[in-house]
Design a protein around this ligand. Structure first.
Ligand SMILES: [Zn+2]
Ligand SMILES: [Zn+2]
Length: 345
């Protein structure tokens, strides 16, 4: 979603590799090797801001890392992703908040990876799922990072740079690619949540990185027709490919079907798993089609379609959310609450 004030103003059901795919579709290498994403609980579900690291780092499988920002730094607690090929690495997004210390954490993770692989250096491309500031705030720090073993190139937040990086000639119709060395990512333009939204498909793991366009939470849609076309495009693209998981940028959904946490919730006890299956994408497509071009807010089992813009914002709702965010900020240094305390949408 967007940054805090704007969000207010606008107000892994882990499918097994085998189960979700048609028999004719080969499982990706990661699945074939039996690499299972053990999701478990993130420390940011509960605890104290005194003890939660600024970034929690996990290796989903070999050469693929997921990092989650502390809820104490930003209630958005976005995820960012780090993917290594043999020639270069990709950092997808840079988190929320100025001085978010992602650059230091990243340098540490890369250093460990280089030690493990016996290499002395690697180049890193920084790209973005989209241009919103809760996913791009660390760009300047990354660009300024001076570490001998790591050369960093940050992709500019504009359409031409995005097209150039992925080799996309015609936006949004074309599919682009990024070669990391023995590892190819496909880039599927999916504007609708924002102008520059893009999904990446990692052929090796079978993971679709879906940004803010599909995740267990509130799918804010600023351009409904574009979003509908984008979802259709992603469905078509994945139709003949194994999809192990769809990983978005946030979790705002509780583990109870149809219920999200209030906007601004810091600690999310009993939150939904991050990963969705391709089934969620199909459900999203069907729900959009059923709206017949008349956008409206719609809560589904694992996410909510949430049109934004004039006519979709309730002043009372904004006031309530603003008060809730202020209360959450004041309380975040207090001792942990018992598990299971959360509100509804
Ligand atoms: Zn976001
Ligand atoms: Zn966003």
């Amino acid at each position: 979603m967007k940054s805090a004030p704007l969000a207010v103003a606008l107000a892994l059901a882990a499918a097994s590799c085998a189960r979700e795919q048609a028999p004719a579709v080969a499982a990706p290498a990661g699945c074939a090797q039996g690499a299972i994403w053990s999701h478990g609980h993130w420390r940011s579900q509960r605890g104290s801001c005194m003890e939660i690291p600024e970034w929690e780092v996990r290796e989903l499988e070999r050469d693929l890392y997921i990092l989650r920002q502390s809820p104490c730094a930003s209630y958005e607690k976005p995820f960012v992703f780090l993917v290594f090929g043999s020639d270069r690495a990709l950092l997808l997004d840079t988190g929320a908040g100025k001085d978010n210390h992602l650059a230091a954490t990243l340098a540490h993770v890369v250093h460990q990876w280089l030690e493990r692989t016996g290499r002395s250096s690697i180049s890193l491309i920084v790209a973005h799922t989209h241009e919103h500031d809760d996913h791009t705030a660390g760009d300047a720090d990354l660009a300024a990072l001076r570490v001998p073993e790591l050369s960093v190139t940050v992709t500019a937040l504009e359409l031409e740079a995005t097209k150039r990086l992925f080799g996309i000639a015609s936006w949004p119709a074309d599919i682009g690619h990024l070669e990391l060395g023995g590892r190819t990512l496909d880039a599927i333009p999916i504007p609708g949540h924002s102008k520059l939204s893009i999904a990446l498909y990692d052929r090796q793991s079978g993971i679709v990185f879906s940004g803010d366009s599909l995740y267990p939470g509130r799918l804010y849609v600023s351009d409904f027709p574009a979003f509908e076309a984008s979802v259709d495009r992603l469905v078509r693209f994945t139709a003949d490919k194994p999809v192990a998981h769809v990983l978005g940028n946030h979790i705002e959904q509780t583990s109870t079907p149809f219920r999200d946490f209030p906007i601004g919730t810091i600690f999310q006890a009993e939150e939904h798993e991050l990963a969705l299956s391709r089934g969620a994408l199909l459900e999203l497509q069907a729900a959009l089609a059923a709206a017949h071009g008349a956008p409206h807010r719609l809560a589904l089992r694992d996410f909510t379609i949430w049109p934004t813009g004039p006519g979709f914002t309730d002043a009372e709702e904004i006031k309530r959310a603003t008060r809730f965010i202020e209360d959450q900020e004041r309380a975040k240094w207090s001792p942990p609450q018992p598990a299971g305390r959360h509100g509804g949408p």
